[in-house]
Design a protein around this ligand. Structure first.
Ligand code: PMP
Length: 324
């Protein structure tokens, strides 16, 4: 693994002030892609979104969108749950995404943010019969968190339950829950927050899915544990299968984390990130474990198109072939 494999670029805190975006059915300057303060989604959080990365490969002179189709499939599922009409297919959304990236002439790692929301300038708290809007923006972005050893804490903010705000939909307003947890964790000197569900079991981290390793088996919470059904989570399943490692989906107790051999996070933003301390307990040896390190190595090769086995995860922006 080389350091250069990690995402490179500005922090996720940097404000996005320029660039070409997709909005209202066409490409436009981001300064023209504005909404009214009466917008339903701004007032009530009635939107859904995605977070997709595209990785730059200098040798190939190519920008690869990572698992774009899987992200847009989840985008349409989120929209369905929220009764948001997205008048595009997955492949049309991919075409617009490539158009946005090409219009910005990006030759660096970028983060892509599709957004669908209740755009009506109306007061009624409802989902049906509200005008919807769809946009896609993209911005250069580096690592979201360090990938080589995070200090985490179990948050006292409880992960939203599916019958409060649908957990498997990537709902804009639901990120208040994640922001409360991650902000408190940061103020207390931790890098990340791990969230438990109402029944006290491990759900996920504030913006990624969680895996632990116990006695050589990878373990992650099931999709019924109020988690977001992560695209990177599925990628880890495939990598583990190809590496011949056993992986189970089952409920995880809080204190299992303390005695795990390894804990790592998986998500588009965090990529694959080792957790080396939780609630002041050292995880494993206190350094990133061998399973996490191997997964990271293969993942970072794959996302930049350097491993032919995972080429179908990628859609090139500038080249002709488009798949995954
Ligand atoms: N859980 C939450 C709450 C998230 O915000 C994310 C990031 N989208 C994930 C998990 C990981 O999902 P993915 O691998 O699809 O990015």
């Amino acid at each position: 693994m080389t350091k250069s494999s990690h995402a490179e670029g500005p922090s996720a805190r940097q404000e996005i002030e320029s660039g070409i975006v997709f909005f209202r059915g066409r490409l436009m300057d981001i300064r023209d892609a504005t909404v009214s303060i009466a917008t339903h989604a701004l007032n009530y959080g009635t939107g859904c979104f995605e977070g997709i990365r595209a990785y730059w490969n200098a040798e190939d002179g190519e920008l690869y969108i990572l698992k774009g189709h899987a992200h847009y499939e989840r985008f349409l599922r989120s929209a369905k749950i929220l009764k948001i009409q997205v008048p595009y297919t997955v492949s049309e959304l991919m075409d617009w995404t490539r158009a946005v990236l090409a219009a910005n002439a990006f030759r660096q790692d970028v983060y892509i943010r599709p957004l669908a929301f209740k755009g009506a300038a109306a007061i009624k708290v409802a989902l049906s019969g509200m005008r919807d809007e769809v946009g896609i923006l993209a911005t250069p972005m580096g690592d979201y968190v360090a990938t080589d050893g995070l200090k985490a804490t179990v948050s006292n903010w409880v992960r939203i339950a599916d019958n409060m705000i649908p957990s498997r939909a990537k709902v804009t307003g639901a990120y208040i829950n994640a922001a409360l947890a991650s902000d408190d964790a940061a103020m207390d000197g931790y890098d990340e927050a791990i969230m438990l569900s109402e029944d006290g079991q491990v759900a996920e981290a504030s913006s990624s899915n969680l895996f632990m390793v116990r006695d050589g088996t990878l373990v992650t919470s099931p999709v019924t544990a109020d988690i977001l059904e992560g695209v990177t989570r599925q990628a880890v399943f495939q990598l583990a299968r190809d590496l011949g490692w056993p992986l189970v989906e089952r409920p995880i107790d809080r204190t299992e984390l303390y005695v795990a051999d390894e804990v790592f996070l998986a998500g588009t933003g965090v990529q694959i990130a080792g957790v080396t301390e939780i609630d002041h307990r050292t995880i494993g040896s206190g350094k990133m474990g061998p399973i996490t390190a191997k997964l990271q190595e293969v993942y970072f090769q794959a996302v930049r198109g350097r491993d032919a086995r995972y080429r179908e995860w990628l859609t090139p922006v500038y080249g002709k072939e488009g798949h995954e």
